[in-house]
Design a protein around this ligand. Structure first.
Ligand SMILES: Nc1ncnc2c1ncn2[C@@H]1O[C@H](COP(=O)(O)OP(=O)(O)OP(=O)(O)O)[C@@H](O)[C@H]1O
Length: 251
């Protein structure tokens, strides 16, 4: 997936300026940046949920805008930040939504899809939750159900907006480990710089709507750049695996 010279704004305010982002097939790309830097906006444009004012997004060299909606829904899955809490669907029904782009119009749920959805729930550690109402799930359980919904979509490109923000540390590590191993191309927004450094192949750092650095974690996460963008002071070492480890200095 390539995004080229993306520009986007609302009511005359420029929110993304000349943004470029490349995710090679199978790679996990971490999208970093302070609050309000434009990460969620960029993810929405990459998903085709909004159209850029300038520039374009290419999926296997085909412009996103040229893909029919159903084809796009099969190829791109998105997990946005927590939406409604009052959805009266069961966890299994939410996961089954991921199969909608594959179902002929007006067709019922196929047994194979039901199997797939049950397995995805079990893989998310939620085997006993199939009939639980979405509204009764905890934040972390919802986040894992929503991820299962995206995975049964069997996308080529998985876009995740802060998928770890409700997860305990074990589930964070499991999710990021899974994404890193997965053959699916992933773009994931993260706030935890160490986890991003540890699990992503490449990082893209946004600051006020512009890409200020892109590359391997060690190239992007330097003391000076972290201070410039986040205004915090750090000590950055290189760990045995060659990836940067960041320690924050007390303010
Ligand atoms: N529809 C909109 N109308 C007005 N402003 C918007 C709209 N969408 C985004 N913005 C503004 O654009 C900027 C970027 O927002 P965005 O949600 O993309 O940032 P982010 O990097 O994901 O932030 P966070 O880390 O806080 O989630 C913010 O200042 C936000 O208020």
């Amino acid at each position: 997936m390539h995004a080229e010279r993306i520009g986007w704004g609302v009511a005359g305010v420029r929110i993304l300026v000349e943004v470029a982002l490349t995710a090679e097939p199978g790679a996990t790309v971490g999208l970093l940046g302070p609050n309000g830097s434009g990460k969620s906006s960029l993810l929405r444009l990459l998903a085709g949920l909004a159209r850029p004012d300038s520039g374009r997004v290419l999926l296997d060299d085909v412009a996103l805008g040229a893909l029919p909606r159903r084809a796009r829904a099969r190829r791109i899955a998105v997990v946005t930040q927590q939406a409604a809490t009052d959805v009266e669907m069961s966890a299994l029904e939410v996961v089954l939504l991921g199969r909608t782009p594959y179902r002929p119009p007006l067709a019922g749920v196929a047994a194979a899809d039901l199997d797939l959805a049950r397995r995805a729930l079990a893989d998310a550690g939620l085997a006993g939750f199939a009939q639980r109402r979405w509204s009764s799930l905890s934040g972390g359980e919802r986040q894992r159900v929503d991820l299962a919904r995206a995975l049964v979509q069997e996308p080529d490109l998985l876009l995740l907006d802060e998928p770890t923000n409700h997860l305990d540390i074990r589930h964070q590590l499991e999710l990021l480990g899974f994404l890193a191993e997965s053959a699916t191309t992933v773009v994931v927004t993260l706030h935890d710089l160490n986890l991003a450094a540890q699990y992503c192949d490449r990082l893209v750092l946004l600051h006020a709507g512009r890409v200020v650095a892109a590359g391997a974690p060690g190239e992007v996460l330097t003391t000076s750049r972290i201070e410039q963008v986040y205004r915090v002071r750090t000590d950055v070492d290189t760990a045995a695996d060659g990836r940067p480890r960041i320690r924050y200095r007390r303010a």
